[in-house]
Design a protein around this ligand. Structure first.
Ligand code: G3H
Length: 538
């Protein structure tokens, strides 16, 4: 018998710096400003990390207990958010920008205290390596700090009067109301907070429903949320999706749905809203981002970036490279080098230094990935290299080549460690692929010939929302707009765009009569109105 694909540890082999006692957060949720413990049913959270017993059998480790709230309690959370909003008259909705920024600064200063807990939970719950888990946490902290600066800037630039066609006007951004935030399992902290934080700081009230996988990592932050924001402004619930979210959407009281996940689920949620015209949706959904290796590509760069782009966090990134098109002139050379680089990647437990490949959190995922690989093989592809094997929750990355349009991997988002490689002859084939794709998030182009690269940029600029040159697809820097076309996204997120997404412009306008000028200048100079003033002149 050869080496196992991955050596899962015995309980005694777990290092001290990876252990986490979750009993203090068991069944926790946040409602109406109070961190509560759910007395109803809870669900065991199973880790993708399996533990080996003395007989050598493998069993998923149980990481903690998650509240399974019922519909009535979810509606209580919605009522708390509605009461805090109070038809737009609530103290948070009407607070000065400085007050909201103060709360956010207070919150971010408290985040640091639970960094290590969150990092360990990310390792156990979703199999994220320590390095990636730390970077997810730190990036989120930077995002919150950058949001503070962006809001100050927004407040500065919008707090002045403009004179237009005989009218005096001030245009400011106002909150929208009650926001339902739902994040994904792969970046459970970061992607949830990139909607939750801007929604809050713009003055909305929020119900955040935790994802099924990657929920525990939120629990250490509940106390800080409760202490920094007024009661009801932020509520965090957990449980079965249809049971908890269904009644919330059906109430018609959600003004904004911020959802990162699949188009299938978001379409169900939107249809539940009785007045969809009142619902603003901000979504990040599926993608099938191709990499294109042109004949003029630097193969070292293309191989390095495609390995990282396709397999960082085991390919579980919405921005991941999900299909590689290689020009026929270098397809065999690329595939040999690419497969060798993939075979050299180290597998291990999330806490092991140097491990890049780790177990997968989604139940049944290895079997699903294998079915995609088998389908590709049935349609003429081969597995190149040593990948494709599975052990419990682990799947060794498979490079599958050549992929043709008849294989499912041509247009299905695998969201895992399978890298389909296709051969192309003419760049027009890439444009045709994107035009017929259900998705339109990003593309990565590898090439050095300016004319050829420019041609593809122009062919794809109306098909995707970001074109990466000689580098993998990615979301960051977070100040860049992050969005997609077709089934990939609605609305745009970035530090500053998100502030706009969770607000609406309101204008105070007056004709420029002497009386009006006097009235407005009295209000502004005596700071009689929160709306017609600024706290951030400098
Ligand atoms: O899954 C989607 C994430 O937002 C991707 O972020 O490109 O920085 O890994 P990233």
């Amino acid at each position: 018998m050869g080496e196992p694909l991955l050596r899962f540890p015995a309980e005694s082999e777990i290092p001290e710096n990876a252990r986490v006692d979750t009993s203090k957060w068991a069944g926790r949720y946040l409602l109406g400003g109070e961190v509560r413990t759910w007395s109803g049913p809870t669900a065991d959270v199973l880790s993708p990390v399996c533990l080996r017993d003395a007989a050598g059998s493998l069993k998923a480790a149980v990481v903690g207990k998650l509240a399974q709230l019922d519909g009535a309690t979810s509606l209580e959370a919605l009522s708390a958010a509605k009461a805090a909003w109070d038809g737009g008259a609530g103290p948070w909705a009407t607070a000065r920008v400085a007050r909201r920024i103060g709360a956010l600064e207070d919150f971010v200063s408290k985040m640091g205290a639970v960094r290590e807990d969150v990092v360990r939970l990310l390792m156990w719950e979703i199999g994220k390596t320590r390095k990636d888990a730390e970077s997810e946490f730190d990036r989120t902290v930077v995002y919150v700090r950058d949001t503070v600066e962006a809001l100050k800037e927004l407040d500065r630039t919008s707090s002045r009067f403009v004179l237009e066609q005989g009218f005096l006007g001030m245009v400011r951004r106002s909150p929208l109301g009650v926001v339902l935030c739902m994040g994904p399992f792969n970046y459970p902290l970061n992607e949830t907070y990139t909607t939750l934080i801007p929604a809050l700081v713009m003055g909305n009230s929020v119900v955040s429903k935790l994802p099924k996988l990657g929920a525990l990592c939120h629990l250490p932050l509940l106390e800080a949320l409760a202490s920094c924001f007024p009661p009801g402004v932020v509520n965090v619930i957990a449980g079965d999706g249809p049971e908890t979210v269904g009644p919330i959407m059906q109430s018609g009281d959600v003004d904004v749905l911020a959802f990162i996940g699949t188009s299938r689920v978001v379409n169900i949620l939107k249809k539940q809203h009785p007045r969809p015209n009142r619902l603003r949706s901000i979504t990040g959904l599926e993608a099938k981002n191709p990499a294109v290796v042109l004949p003029c590509a630097d193969l070292d760069v293309a191989v390095r970036e495609c390995v990282s782009g396709a397999l960082s966090f085991n390919g579980q990134r919405c921005t991941g490279i999900k299909l590689v098109f290689v020009h026929e002139s270098l397809a065999d050379a690329f595939v040999d080098r690419f497969a060798a680089a993939v075979d050299a990647l180290r597998a291990g437990m999330p806490w092991e230094a140097g491990a890049m490949l780790t177990p997968l959190p989604e139940p049944g995922k290895p079997a699903y990935l294998r079915s995609l690989v088998d389908d590709a093989v049935a349609h003429g592809a081969q597995i190149i290299g040593k990948g494709g094997g599975a052990l419990e929750t682990f799947f060794r990355p498979a490079v599958v080549y050549p992929i043709t349009p008849s294989a499912k991997l041509w247009d299905t988002e695998q969201f895992g460690p399978v890298v389909p490689v296709a051969v192309y002859r003419d760049e027009a084939e890439i444009g045709a692929f994107m035009r017929t794709s259900a998705y339109g998030q990003q593309v990565a182009l590898f090439g050095r010939d300016p004319r050829r690269v420019a041609g593809l940029i122009d062919a794809l600029a109306n098909q995707v929302a970001r074109i990466n040159l000689n580098s993998q697809c990615r979301r960051g820097p977070d100040t860049f707009p992050f969005t997609g076309r077709k089934d990939s996204a609605e609305g745009t997120l970035s530090v500053s765009d998100a502030l706009r997404a969770f607000s609406i412009r309101t204008v105070v306008a007056a004709s420029t009569s002497e009386e009006n000028k006097e009235l407005v200048s009295e209000i502004a100079s005596r700071r009689l109105s929160t709306f017609l003033s600024t706290d951030f002149l400098f």
